[in-house]
Design a protein around this ligand. Structure first.
Ligand SMILES: *Cc1c(COP(=O)(O)O)cnc(C)c1O
Length: 489
């Protein structure tokens, strides 16, 4: 076989210790079934503290709201409630979950387009409402009047920012109100002054581009000026989420892999993907076309570092660091990290059922899990699973690395857990576990379903106590379960 093209996952010391606990992992899957999701509540506390440190470094006030969307876990959000965190919810169910996890309404923000029930419960419980459109503003005001609710604190979600003189336009979004319609929106805010209090403006852009985000942040600073010129007194700028995560341990491996993938698409080396899948690239008579549609899995400037980089960057036209401009105006900064706060917070386990050879000689490893249980491929994150044998010392001595495709447990050709050939240090055998690291952000339960009545993964919270791992079902986890106790960060 060719030289293996590994894409080794980056593992925090905590997650590394967990994947070394093979006996525990086999015991858990033995008792609770495959697939199985593990979440690490202590890690999300650490991640929150890192974000807060960036605020401190830049002397900024404000709050870090965890985007609940990234994971359905109860343990993770109860942990955040216990350590004084905050949460961003985007559905009625998420709001109910957050209230039930112990967040007080001042630590909850409701975003996204809302249905009437969601909007009513948000207004009734006095959480901050991030208004998605002019129509939603009208609907909210009508609810407040009709049910005689207290005045609701609102933010306006803006989109479609442009920078004068700079050829950058932020990507179009179907969420939020176009910034050029701000004037009409503010008229609505003024008209409904008895029902809503404008506390700020914000955006959420699903992009990795710092330039686009700088344009949007500057656009918000200008929008704040406009609000103040009209006598309103907003004090918050919310820059949404999208700080990202660094999935891979080694940038060199990522470089090598993407180069070889290109070569494979061009037919210059043996295939690296299932049925000539090109991840967006294609070969048009010897010329490479298309664009690589993958998450930039090696991303050293991600998470809180990305926030730091954004705050340290210059405003595209106002001439000054964005952090300085925020500080000078005494604005509070709100952030809504999802993926970044769940970084290193989860592990998905799946049992190997079968290893077979296809007619073309490819190795196909069938797992007791399907592509909806392990969303890495769906989210374009390419990363090797870790092979966990059933007992210590079970690794066959004369084992060679193996390139294989991972297939799911559905009777569906498309149910491939990887369409990329993954390289494993030895051929897996039935009974081994594959551990997929860092799945807590979107890759664990976002799409999991009961297709073909296959089981949906159970979820377990795990934490360390005096050097050994403890666990309980996710829904059984309350921060008091953890003997070490949790403290505000
Ligand atoms: C999804 C979402 C987020 C979180 O995005 P990440 O990329 O996970 O950080 C934050 N805010 C809103 C409004 C979202 O829709």
């Amino acid at each position: 076989m060719d030289v293996p093209l590994y894409l080794e996952p980056r593992l925090s010391p905590r997650l590394a210790s967990l994947v070394r606990s093979g006996q525990l992992l086999h015991m858990l899957v033995g008792g609770l079934g495959s697939p199985l999701n593990l979440v690490l509540p202590e890690q999300i506390t650490d991640n929150l503290a890192r974000f807060r440190n960036v605020y401190r470094e830049h002397r900024l006030g404000g709050e870090v709201f965890f985007a609940h969307k990234a994971n359905r876990s109860s343990a993770l959000i109860r942990q955040l409630a216990a350590v004084g965190g905050a949460v961003e919810v985007a559905s009625l169910g998420e709001l109910q979950h957050a209230l039930g996890a112990g967040f007080t309404p001042d630590r909850i923000m409701a975003t996204g387009p809302k249905n009437p029930e969601f909007l009513w419960l948000a207004a009734r419980t006095a959480v901050v409402v991030h208004v998605d459109s002019p129509a939603e503003l009208e609907e909210l005001a009508a609810l407040v009047h009709r049910f005689r609710l207290p005045r609701v604190r609102i933010l306006l979600r803006l989109s479609w920012f442009t920078a004068p003189g700079v050829k950058v336009l932020t990507r179009q979004s179907r969420f939020g109100s176009p910034v050029m319609e701000l004037d009409g929106l503010l008229k609505g805010v003024e008209r409904h002054g008895d029902a809503v209090e404008l506390i700020g403006v914000g955006y959420h852009l699903d992009t990795t581009s710092l330039t686009e985000k700088a344009v949007a942040l500057e656009g918000c600073l200008q929008a704040m000026d406009l609000c103040r010129a009209r006598g309103l007194q907003p004090r918050v700028i919310d820059i949404g989420g999208g700080f990202g995560a660094n999935y891979l341990a080694d940038g060199g491996q990522w470089e090598r892999y993407t180069t070889e993938l290109t070569n494979a698409v061009l037919g210059r080396r043996p295939p690296l993907t299932w049925r000539q899948h090109g991840y967006g690239l294609r070969n048009e008579s010897g010329t490479l076309r298309g664009a690589l549609g993958l998450y930039p899995a090696y991303r050293p400037v991600a998470g809180e570092r990305y926030l730091g980089a954004l705050l340290s960057s210059q405003a595209p036209s106002l001439r000054g660091r964005l952090a300085t401009l925020l500080l000078e105006s005494l604005y509070d900064l709100y952030t809504e990290p999802g993926r970044a706060l769940t970084d290193q917070c989860g592990l998905t386990l799946a049992r190997v059922l079968e290893v077979r050879r296809t007619e073309a000689g490819e190795h196909l490893v069938r797992l007791a899990a399907n592509a909806d249980d392990i969303g890495l491929e769906e989210h374009g994150v390419l990363m090797d699973p870790l092979l966990i044998p059933p007992g210590e010392g079970h690794v066959p001595a004369a084992s060679e690395p193996l390139g294989a495709y991972l297939a799911g447990n559905l009777c569906l050709e498309a149910d491939m857990i990887t369409r990329r050939m993954v390289f494993l240090p030895r051929p897996p055998v039935p009974g081994d576990l594959l551990a997929f690291a860092n799945t807590a952000g979107y890759c664990m339960d976002f799409s999991a379903d009961h297709a073909q009545r296959q089981p949906v993964a159970r979820k377990v919270a795990v934490w360390q106590d005096a050097g050994s791992w403890r666990w309980c079902l996710d829904e059984q986890y309350w921060p008091i379960t953890n003997n070490g106790g949790v403290h505000e960060v």
